[in-house]
Design a protein around this ligand. Structure first.
Ligand code: ATP
Length: 512
């Protein structure tokens, strides 16, 4: 997977109908994508399995679907108006625009990799044991420089000190990755929220924002959910929905988009119990990803070194994307910050009366927040495989196969009559008519059976059922497994039961 180029994956995703650039006939819109016929199925399955695992399986979590447009005061209370900024800079030679933090972070990473390579070479030359690496590395000039860059970067970001970032770029002569030039404009801040107008008359219109995260809908509706759903602490509210961020540089395919979808859950707990719930959700969420087939070696936790002033702990579940480990999901212990701020700004009490304790308090919050599109990208990039496979003639050919978890596969099963003859077709169509009430099923009679298998391998279809000569004699069919290529012969009358067992969401949830 590491050799998989993101451009190649994007081309494949477009060709197969997973993802298209938005408004392509008008040359596209940066950082905005449409989900095609296969993509929308994959995305909906991911959302459904998250919802089932979070809401249906947890007695104390309920769902919500808050509106995208919210009262403008929400974003003042949340801190987004004041602090949801990214620092941006333009290179004077290439005219390219960058987010300063990613520019510096990527440069520091390059320095570190260079240091590592050099030290490894030295170790080999001097015949030193691998244990000597850490010590040599920390003494290396480039390594030290990378650490220093990061430290200055974090300090400047924490205090939103943009002139300090301008000085950092100048003093450290950070080059533009495109032109190599070190001539930069001063660093400016850029609010990531999209704004729009509410109201028909320009003078009276109110400025609204498209929500940059779904979480605030949950906080604002907290008292209503508490009351109407009669919740008792600890409890959670889950939501799936679109979020919008005017990202300075939208790139790496659907990793960083301007319109994307989040699945967030806020878990409200008694103050003092947040550490145990944070640990609980950290493990639970990692397990969910693994249970859907993301390999453990492609997942890791990255605890935040610098925390927001109100946060007690924060970690990212990172996934090894084709361009390296990056954030897939965030898990945050956020204290009573959000509810307290909304209480302050709205003048309404956002408290919980704890009968056991006989007192009221503002609950603490543990948040889990994952981007659906990043999840789609993680699964596509891990599942995409090019490998040699046997041909019907006994030779070998390369096949492209999407090894998705069967529950995620857009088309669950494909049905093929071996030859285009009436008696084969009749049986195949009858099976199709039965199965389509249960799964998304494809039926195909065109081209050789080998080509049909390959076509559905590339779409990620886990089961292919063939009606062949023997079916006409004894009413059995073959079921071909996408990954192992093994073919099993089972009775036609048993196909539904066979697939129902293999594609059972309940069994998957039971072992979660
Ligand atoms: P990053 O550091 O990558 O910008 P973030 O820390 O700002 O992400 P959060 O605000 O914690 O992200 O958002 C929660 C989740 O939403 C992220 O883990 C990610 O999966 C998703 N997400 C955030 N921004 C985007 C985006 N621009 N495009 C796609 N998904 C996103």
């Amino acid at each position: 997977m590491s050799s998989l180029d993101i451009g190649r994956l994007a081309a494949y995703a477009k060709e197969q109908g997973f993802l298209y650039p938005s408004s392509e006939i008008y040359d596209g819109l940066g950082g905005v994508y449409d989900y095609g016929p296969l993509g929308v199925e994959l995305k909906r399955r991911l959302i459904d399995l998250w919802w089932r695992a979070m809401v249906h399986l947890h007695e104390h979590i309920v769902g919500l679907d808050a509106a995208i447009l919210m009262h403008p005061r929400v974003w003042e209370a949340s801190g987004h108006v004041e602090a949801f900024h990214d620092p941006l800079v333009d290179n004077k030679v290439s005219k390219k625009r960058y987010r300063v933090d990613t520019l510096i972070e990527e440069y520091a990473q390059k320095l570190e990799e260079r240091a590592q390579k050099e030290v490894q070479k030295q170790l080999r030359k001097q015949n030193l044991p691998p244990e000597a690496l850490a010590e040599k590395l920390t003494a290396h000039r480039d390594y030290q420089r990378a650490q220093n860059l990061r430290q200055r970067l974090h300090q400047a970001l924490a205090t939103q000190d943009w002139p300090a970032l301008t000085r950092l770029l100048e003093e450290e002569k950070i080059p533009c990755p495109e032109s190599g030039s070190t001539e930069w404009t001063p660093v400016r801040q850029f609010n990531l929220m999209f704004s729009t107008q509410l109201g028909a008359v320009a003078e009276e219109a109110i400025t609204l924002y498209l929500r940059p995260e779904t979480a605030q809908g949950i906080f604002v509706d907290f008292p209503l959910v508490l009351k109407t759903a009669r919740m008792k602490i600890p409890f959670g509210i889950a939501q799936v929905g679109k979020a919008f961020r005017n990202e300075i540089v939208a790139r790496q395919f659907i990793f960083r988009m301007r319109e994307f979808e989040q699945m967030e859950m806020q878990f409200f707990v008694r103050p003092g119990t947040e550490a145990e719930w944070y640990a609980y959700w950290r493990e639970k969420r990692l397990r969910w990803h693994q249970h859907l087939g993301l390999h453990p070696e492609n997942l890791r936790f990255k605890d935040h070194e610098t925390l927001a002033h109100y946060a007690k702990a924060a970690t990212d579940i990172e996934f090894r994307f084709p361009f390296g480990f990056r954030e897939l999901e965030g898990i945050h212990s956020r204290t009573d910050y959000d509810l307290s701020r909304h209480s302050q700004y709205s003048g309404k009490k956002l408290e919980y009366y704890d009968e056991e304790l006989g007192q009221s308090y503002v609950p603490y919050v543990i948040e889990t927040s994952v981007g659906v599109d990043r999840l789609v990208l993680a699964h596509l990039s891990q599942a995409y495989t090019e490998e040699p496979a046997p041909t019907a003639e006994g030779g070998q050919e390369m096949r492209t196969v999407l090894k998705l978890h069967p529950l995620l596969a857009p088309i669950s099963v494909a049905i093929f009559p071996l030859v285009r003859k009436e008696e084969f077709i009749q049986k195949a169509r009858a099976l199709y008519e039965e199965l389509r009430f249960h799964f998304l099923v494809a039926y195909e009679e065109k081209d050789s059976i080998g080509r049909r298998y390959r076509r559905y391998d590339a779409k990620g279809t886990p089961f292919a059922i063939t009606i062949d000569g023997q079916t006409l004699e004894d009413d059995t069919v073959t079921v071909r497994d996408r990954d192992t290529l093994a073919q099993e012969r089972i009775p036609l009358a048993g196909v539904l039961a066979y697939l129902t067992e293999k594609l059972s969401v309940a069994s998957w949830l039971r072992t979660l």
